[in-house]
Design a binder for this molecule. Structure first.
Ligand code: HEM
Length: 537
């Protein structure tokens, strides 16, 4: 018989661990019967009808008919790569083993646009996803971030709304993947917390030159805990070794026509040529105070950054992407990231956007990946040993042994928590949850919607400002509804009078007066792409 092997979930089975469908020298059916012919269906005579009994024909066509799975509801278009992460050491702030000095951890990264469908162009103006799966010894850690450090909304309950507003109009299904339309501008001018992220989209950050030249951000504030149990709050940053670079708008337009795969091709070609893309992972670290603020900035508000001048990004490791996927579907398409995939030493905070994401990803993946066992798909398999009590379900690949999938039990010798084991286990940091009434409300600090958009604008170099003005003018110029253009101009007036006047002039509209006092902010040179250097050497 076949040698005894263990499945990824640790169960004993007689079958080969890897069912790759490409074993042996001969073409077979999926049941392993050798085939004589795969080009002719079985017919009643050369000119006769095809026979229902032709199993090979039906198996081949039926499988083909079911080749497609639903694309991701957002971030449908992406490109992935394998690599290795090496820690520099961060034990003072977190006990996470993969950050220890010299520790190497395999990773898979998927970059994506947000709004376009799977077949859309790469160089459109959009936010980019930057999702990293660290296959650590302590379980899988997913850092599911974007190339912009803020998000459109503060509460996950609005996520369906912003995405409905950003996706093509339901009647005409246009535009495909750009922000040049009425529903997008309608949403962001009514839900003004979106103005900061929108400014990032209108800036050069919305049209990156390459995935290799993007920064990445975990956006939310996380809580880190060290070996001694001390906690800090922290934000994750990826800094590209090649620096941050963008396309010119005209280049992006031409490329979308000439080479819609521009970013995907660039990533693949660079890795195949041995020009491995590199990033440093960095942390902004803040004291874990009861207010959860730093320099007056609410760390739970995902529409806010903390300027790097106030909290420098401290490097904690290096990422090198050095291997392209073997099969796009198996890896890039089937990979399933989740913010809740945490390792000991990293925990979540009460950021209401983060809290909602914790629910959303696994829920969508249940549909997208056909049931609850997608952690067994090769790209999603942890590299740490798995010994769970999850059983059965569609596409169950493990052959679980034993009769008592519950603990404790007296039949399978099952106590999963041997003495001393707790020290190495995940810790839900026992933060105090304030006794407070149930409310549907935000903290008052979430009401400031314009000051950081102003901070961003004032931190830009002249050429970056010119690009921002042109982007607002172009995109708003595509709106059909004058009232929406005017409402967005009002938001710009509340951000900066010069910006507002220049866009208004471009649109041929009057410049409104601000309705809120202009925020008194100190520019953050680190936000500009011009003259940016990283790493520090
Ligand atoms: C997918 C980032 C907010 C729901 C993704 C992906 C990224 C990402 C990078 C693509 C993952 C991949 O490559 O497979 C972010 C960031 C957010 C954010 C940085 C804010 C800080 C949200 C919110 C929700 C949400 C608030 C819902 C409440 C989803 C869903 C998917 C997705 C359903 C598709 C997942 C899949 O099909 O596997 N997000 N997202 N996201 N996101 Fe988010």
């Amino acid at each position: 018989g076949a040698p005894e092997t263990r499945t990824p979930t640790g169960a004993v089975t007689g079958a080969p661990a890897v069912a790759n469908g490409q074993q042996g020298a001969f073409l077979t059916t999926s049941q392993g019967a050798r085939l004589r012919d795969t080009d002719h269906s079985l017919k009643a005579g050369a000119r006769g009808p095809t026979l229902l009994q032709d199993h090979h024909f039906r198996e081949k066509i039926t499988h083909f008919d079911h080749e497609r799975i639903p694309e991701r509801v957002v971030h449908a278009r992406g490109a992935g790569a394998h690599g290795v992460f090496t820690g520099y050491g961060a034990q003072e702030v977190t006990r996470a083993g993969f950050l220890r000095k010299g520790k190497e951890t395999p990773v898979f990264v998927r970059f994506s646009t947000v709004l376009g469908s799977r077949g859309s162009a790469d160089t459109v103006r959009d936010t980019r996803g930057f999702a990293t799966k660290f296959y650590t010894d302590e379980g899988t850690f997913d850092l599911v971030g974007n190339n912009m450090p803020v998000f459109f909304i503060q509460d996950a309950i609005k996520f369906p709304d912003i995405i409905h507003a950003g996706k093509p109009h339901p009647d005409r299904e246009i535009p495909q993947a750009q922000s040049a339309h009425d529903t997008f501008w309608d949403f962001v001018s009514l839900h003004t917390e979106a103005q900061h992220h929108t400014m990032w989209n209108m800036s050069d950050r919305g049209i990156p030159r390459s995935y290799r030249t993007m920064e990445g951000f975990g956006v939310h504030t996380f809580r880190l805990v060290n070996e001694a149990g001390a906690t800090v709050l922290a934000k994750f940053h990826w800094k590209p070794k090649l620096g941050v670079h963008s396309l010119e708008w005209e280049e992006a337009q031409l490329l979308a026509g000439m080479d819609p795969d521009f970013h995907r091709r660039d990533l693949y070609d660079a890795i195949e040529a041995g020009a491995y893309p590199e990033w440093e992972l960095g942390l902004q670290v803040f004291p874990d105070t009861p207010e959860e603020t730093f320099a007056g900035i609410d760390l739970l508000d995902p529409t806010k950054i903390v300027p790097e001048e106030l909290a420098p990004v401290q490097p904690v490791g290096k990422l090198v992407l050095n291997r392209t996927p073997t099969n796009f579907f198996a890896e890039t398409e089937q990979v399933a990231f989740h913010l809740g995939h945490l390792v000991p030493g990293i925990d979540v905070t009460n950021d209401p956007l983060l809290q909602g994401r914790l629910f959303s990803y696994v829920d969508t993946q249940l549909t997208r990946l056909g049931g609850p066992n997608f952690a067994q798909i090769p790209i999603n398999r942890p590299h740490a040993p798995v010994n769970d009590m999850l059983r059965d379900g569609f596409h169950q690949h493990a052959v679980h042994a034993g009769v008592a999938p519950y603990r404790p039990n007296s039949l399978d010798g099952g106590n999963p928590f041997p003495a001393g084991d707790a020290e190495n286990a995940f810790l839900d940091v026992p933060v105090t949850v304030a006794e407070a009434p149930k409310v549907r409300a935000n903290p008052a600090s979430f009401d400031d919607h314009f000051s950081q958009a102003r901070l961003f604008w004032l931190s830009m170099s002249p050429v970056e400002r010119e690009h921002i003005v042109r982007a607002y003018t172009f995109e708003l110029g595509k709106c059909y509804h004058q009232a929406i253009r005017e409402r967005q101009l009002q938001c710009l007036a509340n951000i900066d009078p010069v910006l507002c006047a220049e866009v208004a002039t471009g649109l041929g509209l009057p410049t409104p007066e601000p309705t809120v006092p202009l925020a008194d902010v100190t520019p953050s040179p680190a936000l500009s792409q011009v003259g940016r250097t990283w790493p520090a050497d």
